[in-house]
Design a protein around this ligand. Structure first.
Ligand code: CP
Ligand code: NVA
Length: 318
Protein backbone atom coordinates (compact mmCIF):
# COMPACT_ATOMS: atom_id res chain seq x y z
CA UNK A 1 0.00 0.00 0.00
CA UNK A 2 0.97 3.63 -0.43
CA UNK A 3 1.55 5.70 -3.56
CA UNK A 4 2.27 9.29 -4.46
CA UNK A 5 -1.06 9.76 -6.27
CA UNK A 6 -2.93 8.87 -3.12
CA UNK A 7 -6.05 10.91 -2.41
CA UNK A 8 -7.97 11.27 0.84
CA UNK A 9 -11.65 12.16 1.10
CA UNK A 10 -11.91 14.34 4.19
CA UNK A 11 -14.12 17.18 2.95
CA UNK A 12 -16.58 17.53 0.08
CA UNK A 13 -14.26 20.05 -1.57
CA UNK A 14 -11.50 17.45 -1.87
CA UNK A 15 -13.05 16.51 -5.25
CA UNK A 16 -13.93 18.65 -8.27
CA UNK A 17 -17.32 18.72 -10.01
CA UNK A 18 -15.95 16.53 -12.79
CA UNK A 19 -14.85 13.89 -10.26
CA UNK A 20 -18.35 13.85 -8.78
CA UNK A 21 -19.83 13.36 -12.24
CA UNK A 22 -17.55 10.33 -12.63
CA UNK A 23 -18.36 8.96 -9.15
CA UNK A 24 -22.12 9.33 -9.63
CA UNK A 25 -21.92 7.43 -12.90
CA UNK A 26 -19.91 4.66 -11.24
CA UNK A 27 -22.40 4.61 -8.35
CA UNK A 28 -25.28 4.27 -10.82
CA UNK A 29 -23.62 1.28 -12.54
CA UNK A 30 -22.56 -0.29 -9.24
CA UNK A 31 -26.10 0.09 -7.89
CA UNK A 32 -27.55 -1.53 -10.99
CA UNK A 33 -25.21 -4.50 -10.62
CA UNK A 34 -26.19 -4.87 -6.96
CA UNK A 35 -29.90 -4.84 -7.84
CA UNK A 36 -29.31 -7.50 -10.51
CA UNK A 37 -27.30 -9.73 -8.11
CA UNK A 38 -24.28 -9.40 -10.42
CA UNK A 39 -21.00 -10.18 -8.72
CA UNK A 40 -18.56 -7.27 -8.90
CA UNK A 41 -15.46 -7.79 -6.78
CA UNK A 42 -12.66 -5.44 -7.86
CA UNK A 43 -11.48 -5.00 -4.25
CA UNK A 44 -10.64 -8.67 -3.57
CA UNK A 45 -7.76 -8.90 -1.07
CA UNK A 46 -8.22 -5.26 0.00
CA UNK A 47 -8.97 -4.38 3.59
CA UNK A 48 -10.87 -1.39 4.92
CA UNK A 49 -10.27 -0.33 8.54
CA UNK A 50 -13.26 1.47 10.05
CA UNK A 51 -12.65 3.52 13.17
CA UNK A 52 -15.72 4.69 15.07
CA UNK A 53 -15.31 7.16 17.91
CA UNK A 54 -19.06 7.86 17.75
CA UNK A 55 -22.11 5.63 17.25
CA UNK A 56 -23.34 4.66 13.78
CA UNK A 57 -25.88 2.49 12.00
CA UNK A 58 -25.90 3.61 8.35
CA UNK A 59 -22.22 4.45 8.01
CA UNK A 60 -21.12 1.13 9.46
CA UNK A 61 -23.55 -1.03 7.52
CA UNK A 62 -22.99 0.79 4.23
CA UNK A 63 -19.19 0.64 4.36
CA UNK A 64 -19.04 -2.88 5.77
CA UNK A 65 -21.61 -4.44 3.44
CA UNK A 66 -20.22 -2.43 0.50
CA UNK A 67 -16.65 -3.60 1.09
CA UNK A 68 -17.68 -7.28 1.37
CA UNK A 69 -19.80 -7.00 -1.77
CA UNK A 70 -16.75 -5.69 -3.62
CA UNK A 71 -14.72 -8.70 -2.53
CA UNK A 72 -12.76 -7.04 0.27
CA UNK A 73 -12.84 -7.29 4.04
CA UNK A 74 -13.19 -4.91 6.94
CA UNK A 75 -11.74 -4.37 10.40
CA UNK A 76 -14.06 -2.55 12.79
CA UNK A 77 -12.48 -0.56 15.62
CA UNK A 78 -14.04 1.64 18.26
CA UNK A 79 -12.51 3.93 20.86
CA UNK A 80 -13.59 1.59 23.64
CA UNK A 81 -12.06 -1.59 22.28
CA UNK A 82 -8.81 -0.26 20.83
CA UNK A 83 -5.81 1.67 22.11
CA UNK A 84 -7.39 4.83 20.68
CA UNK A 85 -9.37 5.05 23.91
CA UNK A 86 -6.23 4.63 26.01
CA UNK A 87 -4.56 7.69 24.53
CA UNK A 88 -2.26 6.12 21.94
CA UNK A 89 -1.45 9.16 19.77
CA UNK A 90 -3.60 9.39 16.64
CA UNK A 91 -0.42 9.73 14.55
CA UNK A 92 0.91 6.41 15.87
CA UNK A 93 -2.44 4.72 15.29
CA UNK A 94 -2.39 6.02 11.72
CA UNK A 95 1.12 4.69 11.05
CA UNK A 96 0.23 1.25 12.38
CA UNK A 97 -3.28 0.77 10.97
CA UNK A 98 -2.26 2.03 7.53
CA UNK A 99 0.61 -0.48 7.29
CA UNK A 100 -1.82 -3.38 7.54
CA UNK A 101 -4.84 -2.16 5.61
CA UNK A 102 -5.52 -0.52 2.23
CA UNK A 103 -8.09 2.09 3.15
CA UNK A 104 -9.31 3.72 6.37
CA UNK A 105 -12.68 5.25 7.25
CA UNK A 106 -12.89 7.35 10.40
CA UNK A 107 -15.80 8.83 12.34
CA UNK A 108 -14.54 11.13 15.07
CA UNK A 109 -14.95 14.47 16.85
CA UNK A 110 -12.71 17.40 15.79
CA UNK A 111 -11.82 17.50 12.12
CA UNK A 112 -8.20 18.15 13.12
CA UNK A 113 -8.07 14.53 14.37
CA UNK A 114 -8.86 13.04 10.95
CA UNK A 115 -6.39 15.46 9.36
CA UNK A 116 -3.69 14.30 11.77
CA UNK A 117 -4.51 10.67 10.95
CA UNK A 118 -4.42 11.34 7.20
CA UNK A 119 -1.10 13.16 7.46
CA UNK A 120 0.49 10.00 8.91
CA UNK A 121 -1.40 7.41 6.88
CA UNK A 122 0.12 5.42 4.01
CA UNK A 123 -3.34 4.72 2.60
CA UNK A 124 -6.36 6.84 1.65
CA UNK A 125 -8.53 8.09 4.51
CA UNK A 126 -12.30 8.68 4.24
CA UNK A 127 -14.31 10.95 6.52
CA UNK A 128 -17.24 9.02 7.97
CA UNK A 129 -18.36 12.16 9.88
CA UNK A 130 -16.55 14.70 12.01
CA UNK A 131 -17.96 17.54 14.11
CA UNK A 132 -17.45 19.78 11.08
CA UNK A 133 -18.22 17.64 7.97
CA UNK A 134 -20.12 14.62 6.62
CA UNK A 135 -19.09 14.41 2.94
CA UNK A 136 -20.18 10.79 2.24
CA UNK A 137 -23.70 11.72 3.31
CA UNK A 138 -23.92 14.72 0.99
CA UNK A 139 -22.55 12.62 -1.86
CA UNK A 140 -25.41 10.16 -1.25
CA UNK A 141 -27.93 13.00 -0.96
CA UNK A 142 -26.89 14.54 -4.28
CA UNK A 143 -26.94 11.14 -5.96
CA UNK A 144 -30.47 10.61 -4.59
CA UNK A 145 -31.57 14.00 -5.89
CA UNK A 146 -30.18 13.19 -9.35
CA UNK A 147 -31.84 9.76 -9.35
CA UNK A 148 -35.20 11.38 -8.69
CA UNK A 149 -34.85 14.52 -10.78
CA UNK A 150 -32.20 14.25 -13.51
CA UNK A 151 -32.35 12.47 -16.87
CA UNK A 152 -29.58 9.98 -17.63
CA UNK A 153 -27.47 11.00 -20.64
CA UNK A 154 -24.67 9.20 -22.47
CA UNK A 155 -22.26 10.10 -19.65
CA UNK A 156 -24.73 9.56 -16.82
CA UNK A 157 -26.35 12.31 -14.82
CA UNK A 158 -25.75 15.86 -16.01
CA UNK A 159 -24.57 17.75 -12.93
CA UNK A 160 -25.44 20.94 -14.82
CA UNK A 161 -29.04 20.33 -13.77
CA UNK A 162 -28.05 21.24 -10.19
CA UNK A 163 -27.07 24.76 -11.26
CA UNK A 164 -29.41 27.39 -9.83
CA UNK A 165 -31.33 24.89 -7.69
CA UNK A 166 -32.28 25.85 -4.13
CA UNK A 167 -31.69 23.59 -1.14
CA UNK A 168 -33.40 24.75 2.07
CA UNK A 169 -31.45 23.88 5.22
CA UNK A 170 -33.66 24.15 8.32
CA UNK A 171 -32.03 23.71 11.72
CA UNK A 172 -28.53 23.50 13.14
CA UNK A 173 -25.49 25.06 11.43
CA UNK A 174 -23.71 21.73 11.88
CA UNK A 175 -21.51 19.23 9.98
CA UNK A 176 -24.27 18.56 7.44
CA UNK A 177 -24.92 22.27 6.87
CA UNK A 178 -21.21 22.98 6.38
CA UNK A 179 -20.95 20.16 3.86
CA UNK A 180 -24.01 21.38 1.94
CA UNK A 181 -22.30 24.77 1.58
CA UNK A 182 -19.17 23.16 0.14
CA UNK A 183 -21.29 21.17 -2.29
CA UNK A 184 -23.20 24.28 -3.35
CA UNK A 185 -19.98 26.13 -4.07
CA UNK A 186 -18.60 23.30 -6.20
CA UNK A 187 -21.79 22.34 -8.04
CA UNK A 188 -23.42 25.75 -8.48
CA UNK A 189 -26.60 25.61 -6.41
CA UNK A 190 -27.70 27.82 -3.49
CA UNK A 191 -28.44 26.83 0.11
CA UNK A 192 -31.15 28.79 1.93
CA UNK A 193 -30.10 28.45 5.54
CA UNK A 194 -32.35 29.08 8.52
CA UNK A 195 -31.01 28.38 12.01
CA UNK A 196 -31.96 29.66 15.46
CA UNK A 197 -29.70 32.49 16.55
CA UNK A 198 -26.55 31.19 18.15
CA UNK A 199 -26.51 28.14 15.85
CA UNK A 200 -25.60 29.84 12.54
CA UNK A 201 -23.27 28.32 9.97
CA UNK A 202 -19.77 29.71 10.14
CA UNK A 203 -18.36 30.17 6.62
CA UNK A 204 -14.80 29.92 7.98
CA UNK A 205 -15.52 26.54 9.55
CA UNK A 206 -17.42 25.44 6.44
CA UNK A 207 -14.31 26.25 4.44
CA UNK A 208 -16.03 27.99 1.52
CA UNK A 209 -14.29 30.59 -0.63
CA UNK A 210 -17.14 33.12 -0.72
CA UNK A 211 -20.62 33.51 0.74
CA UNK A 212 -22.29 33.49 -2.71
CA UNK A 213 -23.41 29.87 -2.32
CA UNK A 214 -25.83 30.52 0.55
CA UNK A 215 -28.43 32.96 1.88
CA UNK A 216 -29.51 33.32 5.49
CA UNK A 217 -33.19 33.49 6.52
CA UNK A 218 -34.43 34.26 10.03
CA UNK A 219 -37.75 32.53 9.26
CA UNK A 220 -37.48 28.85 8.28
CA UNK A 221 -40.64 29.14 6.14
CA UNK A 222 -38.94 31.81 4.05
CA UNK A 223 -35.92 29.56 3.61
CA UNK A 224 -38.23 26.85 2.21
CA UNK A 225 -40.02 29.14 -0.23
CA UNK A 226 -39.62 27.79 -3.81
CA UNK A 227 -36.96 25.31 -2.69
CA UNK A 228 -36.20 22.25 -4.83
CA UNK A 229 -35.11 20.27 -1.79
CA UNK A 230 -35.90 20.75 1.90
CA UNK A 231 -33.59 19.12 4.39
CA UNK A 232 -32.89 19.10 8.10
CA UNK A 233 -31.02 17.15 10.76
CA UNK A 234 -31.12 16.43 14.49
CA UNK A 235 -31.13 19.41 16.85
CA UNK A 236 -28.34 17.88 18.91
CA UNK A 237 -25.48 16.23 17.07
CA UNK A 238 -23.27 13.55 18.58
CA UNK A 239 -20.77 15.11 20.94
CA UNK A 240 -23.10 17.98 21.88
CA UNK A 241 -25.44 16.05 24.20
CA UNK A 242 -24.73 18.39 27.14
CA UNK A 243 -26.53 21.16 25.21
CA UNK A 244 -29.64 19.06 24.62
CA UNK A 245 -32.04 21.01 26.87
CA UNK A 246 -30.96 24.45 25.61
CA UNK A 247 -31.20 23.22 22.02
CA UNK A 248 -34.72 21.82 22.43
CA UNK A 249 -35.88 25.26 23.55
CA UNK A 250 -33.97 27.19 20.87
CA UNK A 251 -35.00 24.93 17.96
CA UNK A 252 -38.75 24.59 18.72
CA UNK A 253 -39.74 26.64 15.62
CA UNK A 254 -37.32 24.79 13.33
CA UNK A 255 -39.46 21.70 12.78
CA UNK A 256 -39.99 20.88 9.10
CA UNK A 257 -43.75 20.49 8.76
CA UNK A 258 -46.40 20.40 6.03
CA UNK A 259 -46.58 24.21 5.98
CA UNK A 260 -42.90 24.48 5.15
CA UNK A 261 -43.23 21.82 2.44
CA UNK A 262 -46.26 23.68 1.05
CA UNK A 263 -44.25 26.83 0.29
CA UNK A 264 -41.44 24.86 -1.38
CA UNK A 265 -41.79 23.90 -5.06
CA UNK A 266 -44.65 21.42 -5.61
CA UNK A 267 -42.15 18.73 -6.60
CA UNK A 268 -39.67 19.50 -3.79
CA UNK A 269 -38.02 16.49 -2.18
CA UNK A 270 -37.49 16.09 1.56
CA UNK A 271 -34.23 14.61 2.88
CA UNK A 272 -32.83 13.80 6.32
CA UNK A 273 -29.52 12.00 6.85
CA UNK A 274 -31.08 10.03 9.76
CA UNK A 275 -31.43 9.09 12.55
CA UNK A 276 -34.54 11.28 12.85
CA UNK A 277 -36.69 12.40 15.75
CA UNK A 278 -40.31 12.68 14.60
CA UNK A 279 -41.97 15.63 16.31
CA UNK A 280 -38.66 17.46 16.83
CA UNK A 281 -36.81 18.51 13.65
CA UNK A 282 -39.47 17.01 11.33
CA UNK A 283 -43.09 15.92 11.63
CA UNK A 284 -44.03 12.30 10.95
CA UNK A 285 -46.31 13.59 8.20
CA UNK A 286 -43.35 15.01 6.28
CA UNK A 287 -40.71 12.33 6.84
CA UNK A 288 -43.19 9.51 6.20
CA UNK A 289 -44.96 11.46 3.44
CA UNK A 290 -44.83 11.29 -0.37
CA UNK A 291 -42.08 13.92 -0.86
CA UNK A 292 -39.66 12.18 1.49
CA UNK A 293 -36.83 10.15 -0.06
CA UNK A 294 -35.02 9.33 3.18
CA UNK A 295 -34.86 5.56 2.61
CA UNK A 296 -33.34 5.97 -0.85
CA UNK A 297 -30.94 8.43 0.69
CA UNK A 298 -29.85 5.91 3.32
CA UNK A 299 -29.49 3.07 0.79
CA UNK A 300 -27.50 5.27 -1.57
CA UNK A 301 -24.82 5.72 1.09
CA UNK A 302 -23.69 2.22 0.17
CA UNK A 303 -23.71 2.68 -3.60
CA UNK A 304 -21.82 6.00 -3.62
CA UNK A 305 -19.31 4.76 -1.07
CA UNK A 306 -18.62 1.66 -3.15
CA UNK A 307 -17.83 4.02 -6.05
CA UNK A 308 -15.69 6.12 -3.70
CA UNK A 309 -13.70 3.14 -2.39
CA UNK A 310 -13.16 1.85 -5.93
CA UNK A 311 -11.92 5.30 -7.01
CA UNK A 312 -9.55 5.77 -4.07
CA UNK A 313 -8.07 2.27 -4.46
CA UNK A 314 -8.10 1.68 -8.22
CA UNK A 315 -8.42 5.13 -9.78
CA UNK A 316 -10.63 5.58 -12.81
CA UNK A 317 -12.10 2.49 -14.41
CA UNK A 318 -12.27 2.51 -18.21
N1 CP B 1 -26.53 9.33 8.45
C1 CP B 1 -25.61 8.66 9.13
O1 CP B 1 -24.40 8.90 9.00
O2 CP B 1 -26.09 7.69 9.96
P1 CP B 1 -25.32 6.85 11.05
O3 CP B 1 -25.00 7.79 12.20
O4 CP B 1 -26.29 5.77 11.46
O5 CP B 1 -24.07 6.28 10.46
N1 NVA C 1 -25.35 15.99 12.61
C1 NVA C 1 -25.51 14.63 13.06
C2 NVA C 1 -25.49 13.68 11.90
C3 NVA C 1 -25.65 12.23 12.26
C4 NVA C 1 -25.51 11.31 11.07
C5 NVA C 1 -24.41 14.30 14.05
O1 NVA C 1 -23.27 14.75 13.82
O2 NVA C 1 -24.68 13.63 15.04
Amino acid sequence: PGNSLMKHYLQFKDFRAEEYAYLFERARLIKRRFKNYERYQPLADRTLAMIFEKASTRTRVSFEAGMYQMGGSVVHLTTGDSQLGRSEPIEDSARVISRMTDLVMIRTFEHTKIEAFAAHSRVPVINGLTNEFHPCQIMADLFTYLEHRAPVGANGYDLGCLKGKVVAWVGDGNNMANTWLQAAEILGFTVHVSTPSGYEVNPQVAGIRSSDCYKVFADPHEACRDADLVTTDVWTSMGFEAENEARRAAFADWCVDAEMMAVAKPDALFMHCLPAHRGEEVTAEVIDGPQSVVWDEAENRMHVQKALMEYLLLGRIG
